[in-house]
Design a protein around this ligand. Structure first.
Ligand SMILES: Cc1cc2nc3c(=O)[nH]c(=O)nc-3n(C[C@H](O)[C@H](O)[C@H](O)COP(=O)(O)OP(=O)(O)OC[C@H]3O[C@@H](n4cnc5c(N)ncnc54)[C@H](O)[C@@H]3O)c2cc1C
Ligand SMILES: Cc1cc2nc3c(=O)[nH]c(=O)nc-3n(C[C@H](O)[C@H](O)[C@H](O)COP(=O)(O)O)c2cc1C
Length: 763
């Protein structure tokens, strides 16, 4: 085949090498506009995994690359006058220039035609004279633009500014992050050694800080001097250097996240940064470029036609790119939002930084650096009041809200059972909640319990609006208190426009087949075209419902619940006041967010006055309507939480969605946790996280990174009432109390879990 590689970066060169290795008969030319050693940037990082892939593909060039690697195992973080070091991270770095020289050498040795200082004006021209054109022309790919209508590139320019500098200061003991507070805001550096006497030194900051420093109006030299002054105490008198002469102006950039919808066109295929980018903070751009080159070479050999090879390449590499871009997004967003975390204790800040991409889990960190992690766990436990010598996972730390002390951080999330009779809980509820309380969770939250018969969602929903309800709940609460050391929370709610609907396992949210009752809402809007139009509440209705909430709270207090949660989420009555999607009122309860919050806050104040002062109250909110700017977005959720916090709400239970049939949620592991993180770290309010959290590792990393104070698990507790005790056994923690009659089962489980070293230990 006659092949043209447009671009002599890692993608173009490594593809040429990989093809030639598979068939020496290929006639391959690499066209590169620059001179051979005329390259931007400093060092690149390659993981062990990438290196192994390179070694399998071409042991010779891999061996040469390895000879020039700088290795380091530690990550050091300079923050608020402290240097925190953790180990076991295993990186290697190489000068970008050296990498390219080695690849050029290897390519020449294989007989590949390297044409430097050759600018290609159009890939289309090359395509006429070659069987295959690899468009590896980098971040600003001309080919991608030439065929933009076909490749459909999605380009998202990120918020932060960064500049890629170098220095002769040694950072050879660790990959180093330096966070500096200046008069113009925070600015930070990512520094790593890549050869004997040079290190990469990427400086990054928020746009606002960048503007205030006036970096945009400085020459590259002035920029280096300004950054030297900022980071002087880490540079040991060494200078910062720029080698971005090819970039116009100050050389500061905003990172563009690129992903093309299609990667090939006729005989032209995009590769490397031209097709997709990965943010530098996960150090994977070169990895993506070189691994894509290997994949393409493989498919061109294994597939019968070029079109089939392109299809396979795109399919396989897109999955990999999406995986990496998702980790990169988490990582770059962490840096964009870093000011949110700059109040954290250095231990927690370090943990948050290390786990920012969510690729490194809690237990994975233990494998890397057990000692550091145990120190962090001890810090967490100490802060939680567990005593100075406790080293246990964060999920097993106590937590206090007013006078309620929870033994651990696991919450059974409220889950409607639809098994009540006329609002009255039955033996089903006694057994269901009793089992979950025995199962080890610190807090069991009962299902949405309605303040009136009309306020029920379905005919199977529980209530607290009749003496019989109070007595039945009292029996359940007494059981929990007598037989377990769990606490029990009562979630109170009113269904609003989502009321008078079928049981959860029938047609959820659909009207009853018969016997519908009229429903109330802030505005005369139906939940869906199938549901009845709600009656817009009058002030008299509002007084009535408020008094019903108070009466239910009084019953909950008499029944002995430890905590109350007011349900202001998921499109039910109070939630439908908060979201503009369903609140169209023109009085003082509609319009601005302050107005829309007025009635839910009125309810809270009235309930708070009736609820024992020593017991806490939580409010559950939907932090995202998932409809974009027309509804509640996470930034509104921060404002909502501030209002709740000022009103005296003790903790915010941060859920999302279910407020509109137009919602388009983005699901994934822990998908709602970012909202809890944002609220907790921007307002300082305690939060509970919920939503697709199912592994102990998820829980521990959420807590340790300070993304929530408590973690709610719903569906996992339907599948396993003993989720907490089972998790403890699996993790080898024997500090959680089992019910006495179950000791024999506990001991057997401990034995088969095979974890000898199992008691909470002292440091
Ligand atoms: C600040 C920063 C730090 C980074 N750190 C790392 C890291 O630690 N690890 C890592 O793996 N990656 C890192 N990267 C990313 C990495 O540099 C790129 O992902 C990688 O270089 C992509 O390789 P490529 O071959 O696709 O593109 P490039 O390396 O950009 O190569 C494209 C080549 O095409 C040439 N070219 C373009 N147009 C034409 C034309 N019309 N005619 C002829 N030649 C042309 C260019 O001159 C260039 O040499 C970093 C990037 C930045 C910005
Ligand atoms: C069967 C079922 C019933 C639910 N009922 C309620 C409820 O009564 N009140 C509430 O706030 N959330 C309710 N939820 C939502 C859960 O509390 C939780 O927010 C959601 O399921 C996401 O958590 P998960 O991924 O751990 O399941 C219910 C969820 C399920 C699965």
């Amino acid at each position: 085949m006659k092949i043209a590689c447009l671009g002599g970066g890692p993608a173009g060169l490594y593809f040429a090498i990989s093809m030639k290795l598979r068939d020496a008969a290929h006639d391959i030319t690499v066209f590169e506009r620059n001179k051979p050693d005329d390259t931007f940037g400093w060092g690149v990082v390659l993981s062990n995994e990438t290196f192994e892939n390179l070694a399998k593909n071409d042991p010779l060039s891999a061996g040469e690359i390895r000879r020039h690697f700088a290795y380091w195992d530690d990550i050091a973080v300079h923050y608020r006058g402290q240097k925190i070091v953790s180990t076991g991270h295993g990186f290697s770095g190489i000068a970008r220039k050296k990498l390219l020289q080695l690849l050029q050498q290897r390519a020449r040795g294989l007989g590949i035609d390297l044409r430097f200082q050759t600018e290609v004006a159009s890939a289309a021209e090359l395509a006429k004279t070659h069987d295959l054109v690899i468009a590896a022309d980098g971040l600003n790919s001309r080919t991608r633009n030439e065929f933009a209508a076909h490749f459909k590139p999605g380009i998202e320019t990120r918020k932060n500014k960064f500049v890629w500098l170098g220095t002769h200061q040694k950072f050879d003991d660790a990959f180093t992050f330096i966070f500096e507070e200046t008069a113009h805001g925070w600015i930070w550096a990512h520094a790593y050694q890549f050869d004997a006497d040079t290190a990469t030194f990427i400086v990054e900051c928020a746009d606002d800080t960048w503007q205030k420093f006036g970096f945009g109006t400085m020459s590259q030299d002035e920029n280096c001097r300004a950054c030297e002054t900022i980071f002087a105490k880490y540079l040991g008198g060494h200078r910062l250097m720029s080698n971005a002469a090819h970039v116009r102006g100050s050389a500061w950039l905003n990172f563009p996240r690129v992903l093309c919808e299609t990667w090939s066109y006729e005989n032209i295929v995009l590769m490397g940064d031209a097709a997709a980018t990965a943010h530098f903070s996960v150090g994977s751009g070169t990895k993506l470029a070189m691994e894509s080159a290997i994949a393409m070479a493989n498919y061109l050999r294994s597939e019968p036609t070029m079109a089939a090879a392109f299809a396979k390449y795109e399919d396989a590499r897109r999955t990999e790119v999406l995986r990496l871009q998702s980790a990169a997004r988490n990582s770059l967003e962490w840096f964009e939002d870093v000011e949110r975390y700059l109040h954290l204790d250095p231990v927690q800040f370090n943990y948050s930084l290390l786990t920012r991409s969510q690729r490194i889990s809690h237990e994975n960190l233990r494998l890397r650096d057990k000692e550091w992690l145990e120190g962090a766990e001890a810090w967490f436990q100490r802060l939680a009041g567990a005593g100075d010598n406790t080293v246990r996972r964060p999920m097993f730390a106590p937590f206090r809200l007013r006078d309620m002390r929870l033994k651990n951080r696991i919450v059974v999330s409220p889950m409607a059972q639809y098994k009540a009779v006329d609002g009255c809980p039955t033996d089903w509820h006694l057994v269901h909640y009793g089992e979950r309380a025995k199962g080890g969770a610190g807090l069991v939250c009962i299902e949405m319990t309605c303040v009136s018969a009309e306020g029920r969602i379905t005919p199977g929903c529980t209530g607290l609006y009749a003496p019989a309800h109070e007595a039945a709940w009292r029996r359940i609460v007494d059981f929990v208190h007598t037989e377990t050391d769990a606490k029990i929370c009562c979630q109170l709610g009113h269904s609003g426009a989502k009321g008078s609907t079928q049981l959860g396992w029938e047609e959820m949210d659909a009207p009853l087949k018969s016997g519908n009752w009229p429903v109330l809402a802030p505005s005369a809007i139906a939940w869906s075209p199938r549901n009845q139009v709600a009656r817009a509440m009058t002030r008299a209705d509002m007084d009535l419902v408020r008094d019903q909430f108070v009466a239910s709270a009084e019953m909950a207090a008499r029944a002995g619940f430890d905590m109350l949660e007011i349900h202001c989420a998921h499109g039910y009555l109070l939630s439908s006041f908060i979201t503009p999607l369903t609140n169209r009122r023109t009085d003082k309860y509609g319009g601005s967010l302050e107005n829309r919050m007025r009635y839910p806050l009125e309810i809270f104040h009235a309930v708070r006055a009736a609820w024992p002062a020593e017991k806490p109250i939580s409010v559950r909110i939907s932090a995202n309507d998932w409809v974009g700017a027309d509804g509640i977005e996470p930034r509104d959720a921060v404002a909502i939480s501030r209002m709740l916090q000022e009103a005296g709400v003790d903790i915010c239970d941060v859920s999302a969605g279910q407020t509109s049939i137009a919602a388009r949620p983005v699901y994934g592991r822990m998908f709602q946790t970012p909202f809890s993180d944002r609220i907790r770290n921007e307002t300082g309010m305690a939060t509970m996280a919920v939503g697709n959290i199912f592994e102990p590792d998820h829980v521990n990393s959420i807590l340790m990174a300070g993304r929530a104070d408590l973690v709610c698990l719903a569906r996992p507790h339907l599948a396993d009432p003993y989720w907490t005790l089972h998790a403890a056994a699996k993790l080898g923690d024997r500090g959680e109390a089992w019910p006495e009659p179950y000791y024999a089962g506990r001991d057997q489980l401990y034995r088969i879990s095979g974890n000898a070293e199992s008691m909470p230990t002292a440091v």
